[in-house]
Ligand binder design. Structure first.
Ligand code: NDP
Ligand code: MG
Ligand code: MG
Length: 325
């Protein structure tokens, strides 16, 4: 099991003299930059010339310059731009990264799959909030935090861990708990999870259920409610109290059906193949190539998802009824 760190394990002093460059002012960037500034850390935001985020960062009272100038001015450079553009932006900023600086990430993909290969005299760390940025910001303002991950890939200063922990405290994550991991573990579990379970697995499960009912002649509205809408209620129960809380809350009939039929739906050999492709780097190579080839597969699959009947039905039903809260 991994160590978990809280406020009392971390000391912001370890980074209080640093200038931190936040590259990007999107989901993570706006939240981390403002939380750091509110914790008394000197922040400079790096954005490209005609960035649509520039105004927001300036309105929030932050200094803004180009990624290259921000990196050159900073002791800690935090990559909070989309993962697919990080390698090319890294090429633009690397001349400004000096020995003793820290290059920091919120996801391990580019380091683990060697799309970015930093020089040996810098620390390379990860502080990854486990929530979207708006929640990181909102909880911080309430003196709360969201959980996060911490990893050290390269420790040139012998203080990489202590300083990353200080950063995690400055953005509020140690208020909720910071779990120690590695770039490899974070990257591979993240990719596997989003592919096989969270984003890929669950949408395909919903679609397959929806199509099976519709093809058998049931109404699309009924199929939508049963296979998609009710999913939230079930997941909320699992989130609150695990599988047993969910199973205890549904009828005995539902529970018996679940316990005897659920297993049959899942293809564990396929899951293992997906994990293999993540571990060997085959998925990463495919995705890097896909980005170089103008995302033709991505765009085509996205179009297919958009044209699925469940999108139309859902849009209609969500407009007719407001059932949340
Ligand atoms: P976003 O997609 O929200 O980043 C958008 C920002 O990046 C904008 O400010 C945008 O500015 C800038 N940007 C985009 N392209 C470029 C470019 N070519 N050059 C310079 N700046 C550019 O990123 P996220 O916050 O979602 O993700 C950042 C990192 O955090 C990623 O590594 C991600 O994996 C990780 N992460 C994300 C989480 C999340 O909840 N979103 C959770 C945990 C980790 P412009 O207006 O110029 O386009
Ligand atoms: Mg992910
Ligand atoms: Mg039911």
């Amino acid at each position: 099991t991994s160590p978990v760190y809280y406020d009392e394990d971390a000391n912001i002093e370890a980074i209080k003299n640093e200038t931190v460059a936040i590259l990007g002012y999107g989901s993570q960037g706006h939240a981390q930059a403002q939380n750091l500034a509110d914790s008394g850390i000197d922040v400079i935001v790096g954005l490209r010339e005609n960035s649509s985020s520039r105004k927001e960062a300036e309105t929030d009272g932050l200094r803004v310059t180009t990624p290259a100038d921000a990196a050159a001015a900073a002791d800690r450079i935090v990559m909070l731009i989309p993962d697919t553009v990080q390698p090319s932006v890294y090429d633009d900023i690397k001349a400004g990264i000096e020995g003793g600086n820290t290059l920091q990430f919120a996801h391990g993909f580019n380091i683990h799959y060697r799309q970015i290969e930093p020089q040996e005299n810098v620390d390379v760390t990860m502080v990854a909030p486990k929530t979207p940025g708006h929640l990181l910001r909102r909880t911080y303002k309430r003196d709360e935090g969201t959980p996060g991950l911490l990893a050290v890939y390269q420790d040139a200063s012998n203080k990489a861990h202590e300083k990353a922990l200080a950063y995690a405290k400055a953005i509020g994550c140690t208020r909720a708990g910071v779990i120690e991991t590695t770039f490899r573990e974070e990257t591979e579990t993240d990719l596997f999870g989003e592919q096989a379970v969270l984003c890929g697995g669950v949408t395909e499960l919903v679609n397959a259920g929806f199509e099976t009912l519709v093809d058998a002649g049931y109404s699309p509205e009924m199929a939508y409610f049963e296979c998609l809408n009710e999913l939230k209620l079930i997941v909320d129960l699992m989130y609150e109290g695990g599988h047993m809380e969910m199973l205890n809350s549904v009828s005995d009939t539902a529970e018996y059906g679940a316990l005897t039929r659920g297993e049959e739906v899942i293809n564990r050999d396929a899951m293992q193949r997906i994990l293999d492709e993540v571990q060997t780097g085959e998925f990463a190579r495919e995705w890097v190539t896909e980005n170089q080839a103008d995302r033709s597969v991505y765009n085509q699959r996205r179009q297919t998802a958009q044209n699925h009947q469940i999108e139309d039905v859902g849009k209609r039903l969500r407009e007719l009824f407001v059932w949340d809260e």
